[in-house]
Ligand binder design. Structure first.
Ligand SMILES: Nc1ncnc2c1ncn2[C@@H]1O[C@H](COP(=O)(O)OP(=O)(O)OP(=O)(O)O)[C@@H](O)[C@H]1O
Ligand SMILES: [Mg+2]
Length: 238
């Protein structure tokens, strides 16, 4: 569905991505883990067309993915950015409707709002509340709900569990699994390596702008280097 081939991205003279190749098949959950500064967010913003690559290519269903945000959005690729980026002075309902702005405005909008409420019942109770006054966890749910309203084919998540208490983080991870079950392919960048690998069909470990390790979620989870560096488990321990 999505192929990222030998991608290089610079910020001025700083090389943030150095020959990164990543692929996502339809229906998968693919996780990208790696330390701060590895280039995870840069990769996602490059897929979205915000960062312009200086080398390599991006492909979407066999077609070249142009580095133009509106073009990418029109292909059904959407992103839940880190730190949510909601419209704080708009209500929950208004934020959700903004998520549907690209599509045909018909009865399906209401139906999809119901789908979002099934994922996150709290949002129904908070419909009239300003987004800026929601708790961190509720804001993350709203950001995911807003992206869902665009009926994306592929949804990118940047650190969806960042700053959330464990129970809320688990709720967000469960929601991502249900979003995939409803037919949206998911690519996520995460610091919460264990959860991200556990639920991933495939995973990539990035380090200083490169892919260091890749495999199925289970393989990467079982990798001794990953266990030592990201899961705090010493070799030999189970
Ligand atoms: N706008 C920018 N201008 C200059 N350098 C940047 C910019 N954004 C990111 N970088 C640099 O590019 C590198 C990759 O950053 P990126 O944000 O992609 O990493 P990340 O893996 O998402 O890290 P984190 O886990 O901290 O979110 C870092 O060295 C970072 O300092
Ligand atoms: Mg990041």
């Amino acid at each position: 569905m999505l192929t990222v081939d030998s991608l290089s991205v610079f910020y001025g003279r700083i090389r943030a991505l150095d020959g990164v190749s990543v692929s996502v098949n339809e229906g998968e959950i693919v996780s990208i883990i790696g330390p701060n500064g590895a280039g995870k967010s840069t990769l996602l913003w490059t897929i979205m067309g915000v960062n312009k690559p200086s080398g390599g290519s991006l492909w979407w269903k066999g077609e070249r993915l142009l580095p133009v945000p509106s073009w990418v959005a029109a292909r059904g690729i959407s992103m839940v950015p880190e730190r949510r980026r909601l419209f704080d002075n708009l209500t929950v309902r208004e934020n959700l409707l903004i998520g549907a702005y690209l599509r045909k405005w018909d009865a399906s909008v209401k139906k999809d709002m119901e789908t979002v409420f099934r994922l996150f019942p709290i949002l129904r109770e908070r419909l009239g509340q300003y987004a800026g006054t929601l708790s961190g966890g509720e804001q993350q749910m709203l950001a995911i709900g807003r992206a869902m309203m665009g009926r994306p084919a592929l949804l990118l998540f940047d650190e969806p569990s960042l700053g959330l208490a464990p129970a809320l983080a688990s709720e967000v991870f469960r929601a991502i699994q249900r979003i995939r079950e409803e037919g949206t392919t998911c690519l996520l960048a995460e610091q919460n390596a264990y959860k991200a690998l556990e639920m991933a069909d495939r995973a990539y470990v990035m380090n200083v702008g490169r892919v260091a390790i890749q495999g199925s979620g289970k393989e990467v989870l079982a990798n001794p280097e990953v266990r030592a560096a990201y899961l705090g488990i010493k070799a030999g321990a189970s």
